[in-house]
Structure formats: C-alpha cells, structure tokens
Design a protein around this ligand. Structure first.
Ligand code: ATP
Length: 878
C-alpha cells in the first residue's frame, strides 16, 4: 500500500524531461527553500520524493500537484490528483499516510522525533480556551482568519496575508538576512491564537515551509526561571518543553539541527511579558547550544542568530513593544476581525445554540458592541459570558463598555461555581483574586505559584472558578504554577483591587500611570535602548495601560452600581475624585497649547497614539467634563490622527470628545482601521465636518452609504479622500450623489470600482459644474468607464484641461479617446519610473501630437530632466 503511494508521487516526476526536472526543482526550492539544504542538482527522483514526503508529510501530494500545475504539466498533475483521491477513498488517508510515513521514518531516525513533535503540537493546538466547564471547543471549528497586515521596515503597508499558511512564506519579507517574523497587535487581537493555528497547520504539513521541527515557547516561561538558573538550549528544548530521551534519537536530532538550522522554527509568544528585571549584560550572548546560560540569554542569542544561525523565529508581542529592527525579516500587524470575518465568527458561534443566536442578534443590532467585537477576545468574552447567564445577556442592552464586559466575564466565572460576587463569600473570593492579580502585575509576574496564591487567600478549591489556569507544563509539572486565564483579565482584576482595597492609599490607585510612578519599563538591553534612557509613555508596560483603562471604567460614575455593593460610598467617592483630578491635570498638561501646523486644509493639530490613549481613558470614565476639557485643546481647523492605530471603537471615543467641537473642521484619519462600524460611530460629528480623509481604512459600501446620507443632510462637505479601501460600484453610486451636491475634490483611487461605477461617477462629474478634482487611479473602470470619463471631461468648465489620476492603462485609454474626441487634456497622472519605461505607443503618439504635458505629478518620482531625456530618446527611436 505504501509503495503505491510512494510510487504515485514518484512516477509523474520520472516522466519529466531533464529541463522540466530542473524547472520542477527550481519551483520546489523557491516555494520550500528548506527542503533541500545542499546541492539541488543531481538529486534522484527517489531522494526528492523522500525529502518532500518527510518535510511536507500530508501536504506532499498537494504541494507536488501545485508545482506541476504551475509548470503547466496539467496532465501529470491531474493523474497525481486522481491517484491521491483513489488512495484516500480506498485506504483512508490518515492510516495510509501514517503507515507510509512510518516507512520513510525508518531511513531517517531523527524523523521519529519529528513525528512525536507533530503529534504533541497537534494535541497542544487542538482546543481553544473556553470558560464553559467541561465543554471543549476545537480550534479548527472556531478559528477565523483576522486581518494580518504586512508592514515594511519603514512602516509602509505591503498588503495583507491571505491566510495563516503564508506566515513564513516569502510574502512581505523585507530583510532576507534577518530571521525573525515579528507579529504585533493590541490585546486580544489573536496573536496567541494565530501562533496556535500556524502550529496546528505545521503539524498537518499545511504551513508554507519545509521546516521539520517546530518548537513553541511562551515568553512567560522565561520569567518563571530563577535569576541564577542556567541551562543549555538542548535542555530548554528537550527537558523543559519537548521530551526527547537521551541517546541515539536525541543525538540524531541534535546533529541534524546543527547541520540544518533552517529546518527548525522557534515560536515565542508574548514577548511583551518578559520580566524586565533580568539584566544579563548588554553583549552577553552564547553561540553553542551545549553551553549553559540563563534562558533569557538563550532567547537573546537565538533571536540575534548567534545561536543556531539560520533557524526561523516567530515572535509575538503587544503593539508598541520594542524590538531590535535589524533582526526583523517580516512584520505582521494583527488588526482583529474585518466586518465579514466577524460575521463568520458570530455565525459559527451561534450555530445550533439558541442563547448564542440571541447574542449574535444583540451584536448585530448594537453598534458599539459590534465595534468592540471586532477584537476577537472581546467577542469571545461576550459570547462566553452570555452563555453562562441570561442575566448578562440582558445587560448588553444598556450602554456597554470595555469595563462592563470584563465585569460580565468575572460574573460568568463566578456563576459557573454558583457564586455571586455580591454575597459575602463571593466578594471575599473576588477580592482574593484581585489581590493576586495586583501582586503579579506589580512584580511583572504572570506565572504564579502556590505561595503567591496562599498569600492572597486562594486555596486549591478556588481553582475551580476557572479564573486561574495551570501553567505547570512550563516546568514539566515539577512545581504547580498558575496563570490568569487571559492577561487582560489580570489587568482588569488588578484595577479592581486598586478600587476595592481599603488599605491602599488613595494615591496608590494611580500607581500604574507612568507620570506618577518611577517608570518601570520592559527592558532587555538589546531591544534598542538602555535602562537609563527616559522613555515616552507609549513605551511603558502595555499591561499597565489596560489596568489604567479598567480603573477609569470602574471608577466611572456610570458604573457606581457595580462597585457600591462592594465598598463604602465615601471611599468610592474619594477615589473617583482623585482619578478625576489626576485626569483633568493630565488633559490640561497634554492637550493645551498643542503645536499647530499650517497645511493645505488649514491649521492642523496632530494627535499621537499616546493622546488617543488618554482619550480612551476619558471615554471609559464617561465624564462629559473631561471630554469638554480635552476638546478645547483641539480647537484647530484640522484634526490629524494619521497612522494612530485608530480602530472602529476609537471612533466612539473620538465622537464622545469631539462632539464638543462646535466649529467646522476637517478630520484626517488616513491609514487607520476604522471600517464601516467606525463610520457609524462618527455620525454625530458629520454635521461639522468640512473634510474627511479616510484613506486605507477598510471602508466598504455600507460605510459610504452612511456618510453619504449624513453629508447630504448638511452639505458642508468640501473634501473627501477615500483611496485604498474596498469601495465597489455600489459605493461609487453613493459618491456620485456627493459629487453632484458637494462639488469639491474627491479621491477614490485604489478601490474596486469597475466600468459601471465609472459611469455613475462620470455622469455625476458631467452634471457637476464645480467639481475640479477626481482621483481614480488603481480602479478597474476599463474602456467602457474610460469612454464615459472622456465624455464627461469634454468641455467641462473645471476638469478641462486638468484631468487627473486614472490608473495608467485607463489613463492611456482616456487620452486616446480624448484625442478622438478632440479634447485636449493636461496629463497629471500617476507615473513612476517603471511606467515611463513601459510607455505605450499611444502615449508617445500623444506626446508627438501635443508635446510633453505641461504639468506632471508623480508618486514618489519627480518628472525631472532625466525622465524627459528618456522620453525624448523613446520618441526619437520612433
Ligand atoms: N482568529 C481567531 N479566531 C477565533 N477566535 C479567536 C481568534 N483570535 C482570537 N480569538 C479568541 O480571542 C481570545 C484571545 O486571543 P489571544 O489570546 O490570541 O489574543 P492576544 O492577541 O494573544 O492577546 P494578548 O496580547 O492579551 O496576549 C482567544 O482565546 C480566542 O477565544
């Protein structure tokens, strides 16, 4: 049986000619560079098939079929696919392949460990965390891709990963020499789950890599070691994480990895959680996996490539965590669910369960909740809490806040153990967990032992509440250790401790705000700074930011009913007043006298991500006074929040503060992630908006429909820029209405507008007397759309002779058509060096007929004299 499958893979390859074989090997090596580490040539089909099978296992057939298809060897690919289908149906794929892989393993002893590793990872990654007792949710049933954006080293956006399988592919690599794929994202955007999914894919041979070993670590593990601990890399791997008996097998694996380090992937989850108190000396690194050192030194040496140079590393961290940029090969930013992804998630969650269907309906009908749920963690909390208690479901009707959904989560945990936080026993237990969370947060300890637990009054029995989960696998179960079910839950309970603790000095509640506390930053010397350097608040501990946010929520007057049963009213008032006066001092300090810039749209004030965080604090308090105070600081014509990591929930925050800005103004939100939900939250601001900039923000047609209706109500809109979103012809129809009624410039480049949308827009342009600018590059309006545009600009009072921004092929078409229509246009389009190299004959004829365009604006490329010379040469060659 196994020989059949082996033959099945080998025989089509043997049918390739010599050239085709070379081609096959080139494709294989390009796609899976780590399958062959030595010479590619002169490998027999037997060797190649063995290697493909050992590396890609269950994915071997699919990979070979894809490569054959890419080579246009469709017949061979089809016959291979038929063979695979036949074998699957006759023998059952798992059994057959398992048996076959076993035979292969006999000739590669280290593969026994690979198999073991795969099996272990398969088990480790099988389930998703859940609070519902006894019920386990399979990752593959609940996993939904999130938005995984690729960024360059200069923060330029490079597009999105289409699936987790591409995580280690060449897509988005900007530094081939570096070895770390660095994934960042806000709390709960799914970094750990992304790793879990990629590990699961690897164990099934479905990750786009040929690596044979994957070792997964949680960075928390590194903080659990004592400062004096020293171990070798092999011990860290084989004794602490993945048991491999000493002797032949281990020697074999070690020898193989040493020879082929690129065959090993190391993943490190939660780099932001590394305890900063360790200082191992700036330059101390080791190069031998046999050498013993503190595990943090091992980590540092692995990431820098000093140790096992060439091995692949994947690191996840919260947004804003420092990391030495020269080590980064590829950067991925997780942005949570898109609207469609959220829909898929809620559909999956509510399958077959009536309560959960109700939650889904709630989410769909509550805009604020929808925005919150774009963060997978928050969505998960809402579903989990509501499945525990119908009471909680009812609370979603009222104003939902980040703090309230975490309070619901805690109540859900307690109700699971038939405890109520407002009874004496329940409140006592709640305080104990809150005290433990605070103890850990203060010491940056995320792995806690029995001593810590008992010092806070938590006994073994309390573990069944589920707030704490075992972390002992970090130490092979030798000592029992625990962690909070999610780090954000630890942040929330820490804030709760600050509020409830009577002994705590009132000043003590502000201890995690950077300005009042001696700054306690995450620090590894080689992260790119030194301990002595002063850092901005964005570099402070991310977990403290969440604690502060929850503190603001818990002390909000709106949440009085949450706290009142748990503490004395005078103490609550005292703490509320202190926080209020602290925040208002801060607002005065940070938002008054902000530097102003003069830009095209007027006098601009630029808000930073740190300021946005302060606004989030204010929003969580729901204090109108603070919001008014902050709004005073933005009395400029333009409020700029570009590249500020504004998401749809932040739009509610902005609306809450900017509602007090009564003058007309422009808001620039380019390059954020606000989506249609964000547009909905911004609705209260549209009456005062004269210009709205929303480039690259995941806007779809629904969002366009919302602001179109708003803008048409007030007719104050002058500028609207929307390039690089997901607007289709439906959105174009809405925008056509805006063009007719609010005639100023509109930028619509790089959307999904086709000929039909082109027609709506062109007709609107024709009717609009005052429009003077339309940007359309990067759409697909085609010849049909171009024809309508050419007609529209003929004799147009403002757009002739200035017509702009159609993508190059369309620009050509418009120009040629315009010539026929005898409409003279000035070329002012997107031209870069390569497009000039490829200038079409029609363009050259155009130039011959009319001379060089008088004004050419280019993207990142000036129409300089060398270009003109180049043009002249081309023309002379005609
Ligand atoms: N892609 C996803 N599909 C389905 N559920 C997800 C996904 N990503 C995250 N979740 C849900 O959100 C929860 C939190 O995700 P995760 O722990 O990965 O976030 P994180 O970004 O690592 O957070 P933190 O920075 O706080 O550690 C998961 O336990 C899971 O229930």
């Amino acid at each position: 049986m196994c020989l059949v499958s082996y033959q099945a893979l080998k025989s089509p390859l043997e049918k390739l000619t010599e050239d085709e074989w070379e081609q096959f090997m080139t494709h294989l090596n390009k796609k899976y560079p780590s399958i062959f580490t030595g010479h590619l040539h002169n490998q027999s089909a037997l060797e190649v098939v063995k290697n493909i099978l050992v590396s890609l296992k269950e994915g071997a057939f699919r990979a070979t079929v894809n490569i054959l298809k890419n080579m246009d060897q469709n017949e061979l690919a089809d016959s291979l696919q038929r063979d695979e289908g036949g074998m699957n149906s006759v023998f059952g794929s798992t059994q057959l392949r398992g048996h076959f892989t076993y035979l292969i393993i006999q000739s590669y002893p280290f593969c026994q460990f690979c198999e073991k590793l795969q099996h272990q990872l398969k088990q480790q990654t099988y389930f998703l965390p859940t609070i519902t007792q006894g019920e386990k949710v399979q990752l593959q049933n609940m996993y939904i891709d999130t938005l995984m954006e690729l960024l360059s080293d200069k923060n330029e956006r490079l597009g999105y990963l289409e699936g987790v399988d591409q995580l280690l592919s060449q897509k988005g690599v900007f530094n081939d020499k570096a070895q770390v794929t660095f994934i960042t994202g806000d709390a709960g955007t799914g970094k750990s789950i992304l790793l879990q999914q990629s590990q699961s894919l690897w164990s099934k041979g479905e990750l786009d890599t040929g690596a044979r070993f994957l070792f997964a670590f949680s960075c928390r593990q590194f903080s659990a070691f004592q400062e004096s601990d020293k171990i070798s890399l092999w011990d860290l791997i084989f004794k602490h994480n993945y048991t491999c008996p000493d002797g032949d097998m281990r020697n074999n694996v070690v020898e193989y990895i040493l020879k082929n380090p690129e065959m090993a992937i190391f993943t490190f989850d939660g780099y932001d959680e590394i305890n900063s108190n360790f200082d191992q000396g700036t330059d101390y690194e080791i190069s031998s996996p046999e050498e013993t050192a503190h595990p943090l030194v091992l980590l540092k040496s692995l990431l820098s490539g000093k140790l096992l140079n060439g091995s692949q590393k994947v690191v996840t961290a919260r947004t804003g965590t420092e990391f030495l940029s020269m080590l980064v090969r590829k950067r991925v930013i997780l942005k949570g669910f898109s609207i469609d992804q959220l829909q898929k998630y809620t559909d999956k969650y509510s399958q077959g369960n009536e309560d959960q269907k109700l939650v889904s309906v709630q989410i769909n009908s509550n805009h604020l909740l929808q925005s919150l749920c774009l963060i997978p963690l928050f969505c998960w909390i809402v579903f989990e809490s509501c499945s525990q208690s119908v009471e909680i479901l009812k609370t979603l009707d009222h104003g939902v806040t980040l703090t309230s959904i975490f309070m619901d989560l805690v109540r859900a945990f307690f109700s699971r153990s038939n405890l109520n936080i407002y009874t004496e026993a329940g409140s006592w237990k709640l305080r104990a967990f809150a005290k433990l969370a605070h103890l850990g947060m203060e010491k940056e300890k995320f792995v806690l032992n029995y001593d810590h637990l008992s010092s806070c009054g938590i006994g073994e029995n309390d573990l069944k509440v589920g707030i704490l989960i075992p972390a002992s696998y970090y130490d092979n179960g030798k000592t029992a250790t625990f962690q909070f079910m999610h780090l954000t839950l630890q942040s929330f309970l820490t804030a709760l401790h600050l509020v409830l603790e009577e002994q705590m000095s009132t000043r003590g509640i502000l201890q995690f705000f950077p300005q009042l506390q001696s700054q306690h930053f995450l620090h590894l010397p080689w992260r790119g700074g030194s301990k002595s350097q002063t850092k901005s608040s964005s570099q402070t501990n991310e977990h403290h930011h969440y604690t502060n946010l929850f503190l603001c929520g818990l002390l909000s007057k709106q949440n009085n009913d949450l706290q009142e049963p748990l503490m004395s009213l005078p103490l609550l008032r005292k703490k509320q007043e202190l926080l209020f006066s602290f925040l208002s001092d801060n607002v005065k300090l940070n938002f008054r006298n902000l530097p102003l810039d003069k830009i095209d749209d007027g006098i601009a004030v630029r808000l930073t991500h740190d300021m946005l965080r302060m606004l989030r604090y204010i929003f969580e308090t729901r204090s109108d006074k603070l919001a008014k105070l902050a709004a005073k600081g933005f009395s400029a014509q333009v409020i700029k929040l570009t590249y500020c990591k504004v998401d749809s929930f932040d739009c509610e925050v902005l609306a809450f503060v900017l509602q007090y800005q009564k003058e007309f103004y422009c808001i620039n939100l380019d390059n954020n992630n606000i989506s249609d939900y964000g547009i909905r939250q911004l609705k209260p601001l549209f009456s005062n908006l004269t210009t709205l900039r929303l480039c690259d923000n995941q806007i779809q047609d629904e969002g366009v429909a919302i602001f179109t209706n708003e803008f048409l109500k007030y007719k104050a809109l002058k500028g609207l820029t929307l390039f690089t979103n997901h607007i289709t012809d439906i959105g174009a129809k809405h925008i056509a209405r805006i063009i007719e009624e609010c005639p100023h410039f509109r930028r619509l480049g790089n959307n999904r507008i086709t000929g039909e949308g082109g027609r709506y827009l062109a007709n609107a342009i024709q009717r609009s007397k005052a429009i003077y600018y339309v940007g359309m590059w990067g759409n697909k309006i085609g010849d049909e759309g171009a024809k309508h545009f050419a007609e529209a600009i003929r004799n147009h009072p403002n757009l002739s002779p200035c017509f702009q921004y159609l993508s190059i092929p369309h620009l050509m078409r418009v120009m040629v058509l315009s010539l026929f229509l005898k409409c003279f246009i000035t070329l002012e389009g997107i031209l870069d060096h390569s497009s000039i190299q490829n200038l079409s004959r029609s363009f050259i004829f155009f130039v011959c007929a009319f001379g060089l365009p008088s004004s050419i604006q280019t993207t990142g490329f000036q129409w300089g004299s060398s270009t003109k010379t180049e043009m002249a040469t081309k023309i002379n060659r005609l």
